[in-house]
Design a protein around this ligand. Structure first.
Ligand SMILES: [Mg+2]
Length: 235
């Protein structure tokens, strides 16, 4: 491995871990003053989130402005409940964004892995989809920029994973051929399948140990539960 492309959210950074609690706390803080039962709103948001992000086209559009996306989710949830409290959706979304930001942490294995890979002289690219402001803020807050030779953010680059231009751009900057490079991440298609089709080796991060879906068209070169496995001596 001469070069490694790494995903950010739910690969280096525990992005999803604090989501449920942050929604519950944001609703508790904002709904009571409006005289609305927070538990009912939380339940509606749980359903709405899934529906909202399951549509690939909407996902692609909305992930470029996460604060806006969160406000839309709450708006849809409140509409389902027949609630139209003015400004409530924006207030909940803002409160949620703040809590989520405070909650996010690097996974405990992230810094050791990045440090070791740098020491070994592996060229590193961070390749992440989404909102420029959010992604830059995460990179800054968690001190990640120093590890990477290049950082590709969908909002800055113009297209995101799984568009092949993204991986090709990372390889070009790293000066690596596809066969000299690996990509590691938690998304089977974006971080494994798409780079594999270009000739990279794909490593799927399965932190929960769920295993591949039985019908998975993507077959990773490796499946790891922790980034420690990436730097462990070969056995
Ligand atoms: Mg990810």
């Amino acid at each position: 491995m001469k070069a490694l492309l790494l995903d950010l959210d739910d690969t280096l950074l525990d992005y999803s871990g604090g989501a449920d609690r942050s929604w519950a706390e944001a609703c508790a803080a904002c709904c009571a003053p409006a005289g609305i039962d927070p538990a009912v709103v939380v339940a509606a948001i749980v359903d709405t989130r899934r529906w909202f992000w399951d549509d690939p086209e909407r996902q692609r559009r909305e992930r470029l402005n996460m604060l806006g996306a969160w406000e839309h989710i709450v708006q849809f949830a409140l509409e389902r409940l027949g609630q139209s409290a003015p400004g409530l959706a924006a207030a909940i979304a803002r409160d949620y964004a703040g809590r989520r930001r405070e909650t996010m942490r690097l996974f405990p294995d992230a810094l050791d892995c990045l440090t070791e890979l740098r020491q070994r002289g592996v060229r590193l690219a961070l390749v992440t989809n989404g909102d420029t402001v959010q992604q830059r803020d995460k990179i800054e807050r968690h001190g990640l920029a120093r590890f990477f030779d290049t950082i590709l953010i969908e909002g800055e680059f113009g297209v995101g994973k799984p568009h092949e231009a993204v991986y090709r751009q990372a390889l070009r900057v790293l000066g690596a051929a596809p066969t000299e490079a690996w990509m590691v991440g938690d998304h089977l298609e974006w971080d494994v399948g798409a780079p594999q089709r270009l000739g990279l080796s794909g490593v799927w991060v399965d932190r929960g140990g769920r295993g591949l879906p039985p019908d998975s068209a993507v077959q990773p070169h490796r499946i790891i539960r922790s980034l420690d496995e990436l730097i462990a001596p070969a056995r």
